[in-house]
Ligand binder design. Structure first.
Ligand code: ADP
Ligand code: TRP
Length: 343
């Protein structure tokens, strides 16, 4: 049997997930585990570039891990871990950094945007910018290269980071010989954009989201806030211009969707009723996931245990890759050297 190729998905902990994240990112990433040897991790140390509050950091990581598990990630089937549990990633980060042209990182979009904003505002170019932000792409390259990753599913905004990863791997291989596997990005198309309560892209920054795990009463209230026009029930309506339908179509059965479409087009559909139906469909779809999420969040030791077990699996993979890298650069070692001077 030929070895399955490796896919890898990293997500930074950042706030409560919504159904746009689920349909646009989580579900497609989980699908990959059917055809790839899939790796999923919490990019927790990437979050340190902006997160300073330990309680928030802890909570955001538990929230993110519980989300993946509740959405169907099976830790027995895939490799699921926390970046900070894999020291090999940080060793590789340094080695890559030593061959990363500073000019390349000057052009990385997050740093460049912050530097440009400073210049525009008349401040010093690097005002308030930490080295974590600057080195962010190198750490991300190490995340990817440490797993011999073939494919990285990411949004458009991460495309440049994949290119930088490839550049760093190519540079390393040119100096030290063929050592690191070159990854490809799988860039998700914007067509899959889920719209929010107001018809714009569903996004935390627009405040128009339907949270994935809100309790039923909150979910109902949120659905009721979907913006509609003032057409009366008997008026014909265009389903493709309606914010309720835009969400509903992702969750309804094909049969019911056909019926509802007819009601829109022929008249006879009240927005209030449609919202109630959307709530029912969403609630039925989300409630098993919500139950799992709530159970995990009520027992975070269970989450930490799953992540610790995942880290053991991942460190075996990472150890093989970092050994290859150490050999390539000419580092010599003796078995057990890491224990010398220890207990
Ligand atoms: P937000 O815009 O709410 O801050 P993020 O930028 O954290 O969301 O997105 C996390 C992931 O979810 C990304 O991969 C992104 O492509 C996906 N995503 C976010 N919003 C949507 C949406 N409305 N439709 C489809 N995918 C989305
Ligand atoms: N930078 C990614 C983001 O903000 C998160 C991330 C970190 C990542 N390391 C990764 C994504 C490795 C894919 C592969 O969304």
């Amino acid at each position: 049997m030929t070895q399955r190729k490796n896919s890898l998905t990293g997500v930074k902990p950042s706030g409560t997930p919504h159904i746009g994240n689920y349909l646009g990112a989580i579900q497609p990433a989980l699908e990959l585990s059917k055809t790839y040897k899939a790796h999923y991790f919490l990019a927790d140390y990437h979050a340190l570039t902006t997160m300073r509050d330990p309680a928030e950091f802890r909570h955001a990581n538990h929230e993110l891990a519980a989300t993946w598990l509740a959405c169907g990630l099976d830790p027995n089937d895939v490799v699921f871990y926390r970046q900070s549990d894999i020291p090999e990633i940080f060793e590789l980060t340094w080695i890559l950094a030593c061959n990363a042209p500073k000019g390349l990182l000057n052009r990385a979009h997050a740093y460049k945007a912050a530097a440009d904003a400073n210049t525009e505002a008349g401040r010093l170019v690097d005002d308030g910018i930490n080295m974590g932000l600057y080195n962010y792409p190198v750490l991300m390259a190490a995340d990817i290269l440490i797993a011999d990753t073939d494919l990285v599913p990411v949004g458009q905004d991460q495309k440049q980071h994949i290119e930088i990863t490839r550049d760093l791997a190519i540079a390393f291989n040119a100096i030290y010989g063929d050592t690191l596997v070159l990854p490809d990005g799988l860039i998700s198309e914007e067509v899959a954009t889920i719209t929010g309560l107001d018809g714009r892209k569903m996004s935390k920054s627009y405040g128009n989201v339907i949270p994935l795990f809100a309790p039923p009463n909150e979910l109902r209230k949120t659905v009721m806030r979907i913006v509609t026009d003032s057409r009366r029930p008997e008026d014909p309506k265009d389903p493709d211009q309606d914010n309720i339908y835009a969400i509903y179509k992702h969750f309804a059965t094909p049969e019911r969707l056909t019926e509802v479409r007819e009601l829109y087009l022929n008249g006879g559909l009240a927005y209030g009723k449609m919202k109630a139906e959307l709530f029912e469909v969403l609630d039925a779809y989300l409630s098993p996931m919500r139950a799992k999420y709530d159970a995990l969040m009520a027992d975070t030791v269970q989450i930490d245990t799953i992540l610790a077990e995942g880290a053991v699996k991942m460190r075996e993979i990472a150890a093989r890759v970092i050994d290859r890298v150490r050999m390539a650069i000419g580092k010599t070692t003796v078995a057990g050297a890491e224990k010398v001077g220890g207990k």
